[in-house]
Design a protein around this ligand. Sequence first.
Ligand SMILES: [Zn+2]
Length: 190
Amino acid sequence: MKKEVEIEISARHVHLSEEDYKLLFGSEKFSNLKELSQKNQFVTDKNVTLYGPKGSVSARFLSPFRQISQVELSLTDCIELGIEAPYKISADNQATGIKIVGSTDEIVRNAAIIAKRHLHLNPDDAKELGIQDRDLISVVSKTYRGKIIFEDVVARISDDYQLRVHLDTDEGNAAGIEGKIIGELISKKD
Ligand SMILES: [Zn+2]
């Protein structure tokens, strides 16, 4: 199996529960700044500031609301903040505590992770490619910085997903990916 796939960089961002949003922004409404490739997801005009023991960074709030708040950072962000965050696909009880400051209040949540690189795909893509949810696949990136193969990319299947690989900014910078590029999926069977 070899297939072209768009590789996008998933920059630092936060997902918020509706309850946490209300704490951070009160009754302020948010608006859609930019559609994302995944259905119903968009970048909002709301920023939060994240604080760790060594520093702070700002991050965009991505809609829609989630069941629990999740802060997705790069390793570089963690170094700047002075925190250690686990490398995971989603926040759970192992996520790292972080202070999140909005325009009306601040909260502390065990929400910080470094998001594992992943492949979004819908059930039709998965069938065509012979991929199961949570399979680890490989993606080839070719840019002016040369060819890099990212292994252990976690496949995530959902009806709402569009075929995309998501890397974080550290991975994207290392590979020389600015914005997005077309890469190639390789399965273990090749
Ligand atoms: Zn993603």
